[in-house]
Ligand binder design. Structure first.
Ligand SMILES: [Zn+2]
Length: 378
């Protein structure tokens, strides 16, 4: 069965302007302007590698569409949608809500096209045209909550896709696995009381947002038990992430029994990324994806859709994403990770006791997950 692929030139036109790392440029404060850390380069190079590796020819290219107001409002408040629209209308752009999330002139329509890329993949899966898919979208989405943008995210693309899968296509149980280096706080918050959407976030402890994504954040009301967090210590690498997959993520998916698995594929936990301090390599992303593909095959007819999230190393992000895509398609290309020999030693570090403690604490919560009733509710 085919793997769908979404990309669009407009994704590269989302204009984040200048900054200095994570700080807004402010010459009066001595913060020298530079190209914004969330810029098109890593994504453009990723698309180019997918093309020249030969993989693009094996993918079913799915055209994105712009998410409608109805679709946005399944997740976001009218005030937030109008705020993004108003900021986007400004000639110089504005901010999505937290002061660190630029909205370029025209970014409202581009953000709708990013969310709509996921919607197109969900529909293609529901129609049986594909079983797996990858949306190389921009801007990212997983930090955006119902009522504000955050962390470079404008709309929560995967949350909008999950609601679409349930309300339009009748898929009752959605699991969202988020291995971006930063906490998937927006997605968690949106579904915190919802037993039909299981959110699982693996991230660097207390990185971004600050004081967010602790193990005790475990869902509320009817959604109690259906938010899982694995706040891995800084410096966690291959062994810690694979152990988390085996001990937490896969058992959680088995208990929940999803009809569709969504993946927030931030690759900023890689060893070269400037925005976190984790140590993953392409080998890690490849093996984690293989485990998810196997789970999807076992649990939900192979249905697995990935959305691109973080990933700020322009030279290593492309190889991390290629590894994920090769596993989604079940093929390998002529391109091998040219950094593999340099980072090989990183994957040999054994699991550390303080990492195992965090994983054990999350694993203790897996039995709280139940498979909810199968009738979708709006
Ligand atoms: Zn991130």
């Amino acid at each position: 069965m085919a793997t769908g692929y979404v990309f669009h030139p407009e994704y590269l036109w989302h204009d984040t302007g200048t900054s200095a790392g994570v700080l807004p440029a402010d010459p009066t404060a001595g913060v020298q302007p530079a190209v914004h850390i969330e810029n098109p380069e890593a994504k453009r190079r990723t698309h180019e590698l997918i093309h020249l590796s030969g993989l693009l020819a094996e993918l079913l290219v799915v055209e994105p569409r712009r998410a409608t107001m109805t679709e946005l409002l399944r997740v976001h408040t009218p005030a937030h949608v109008q705020h993004i629209r108003a900021q986007s209308d400004l000639r110089g752009g504005g901010d999505a809500g937290d002061g660190f999330s630029p909205v370029g002139h025209g970014s409202y329509d581009i953000a709708r096209l990013a969310a709509g890329g996921l919607l197109a993949l969900v529909t293609a899966v529901a129609d049986g045209d594909i079983t797996t898919g990858y949306a190389l979208t921009r801007p990212p989405g997983h930090h955006a909550t119902a009522d504000t943008g955050m962390g470079f995210c404008l709309f929560n693309n995967l949350a909008i896709a999950a609601r679409h899968a349930r309300t339009v296509h009748g898929l009752a149980r959605i699991a969202i696995v988020d291995w971006d280096a930063h906490h998937g706080n927006g997605t968690q918050t949106i579904f915190y009381a919802d037993p039909t959407v299981l959110t699982i976030s693996l991230h660097q402890a207390n990185c971004f947002p600050p004081d967010s994504g602790w193990t005790h954040e475990n869902g509320t009301a009817q959604g109690a038990g259906h938010a899982l967090n694995v706040p891995l210590p800084p410096g966690s690498g291959h062994a810690a992430y694979l152990q988390t997959m085996h001990q937490v993520v896969i058992p959680a998916l088995d208990r929940f029994g999803p009809d569709l698995i969504l993946l927030a594929n931030g690759v900023d936990a890689n060893v070269f990324d400037p925005m976190a301090r984790q140590m993953l390599t392409t080998a890690t992303y490849r093996q984690m994806t293989r485990l998810l593909v196997d789970a999807a095959d076992r649990l939900c007819h192979g249905r697995l859709i990935a959305a691109h999230e973080g990933g700020y190393s322009p030279f290593y992000t492309p190889y991390c994403v290629l590894a994920v895509l090769e596993e989604l398609t079940g093929t390998t290309t002529r391109i091998t990770d040219p950094y593999a020999t340099i980072v090989a030693a990183y994957t040999s570090e054994p699991l550390q006791p303080h990492q195992q403690d965090v994983i054990d604490a999350a694993a203790d919560l897996v039995p709280r997950i139940t498979a909810p009733a199968t009738t979708p509710t709006p």
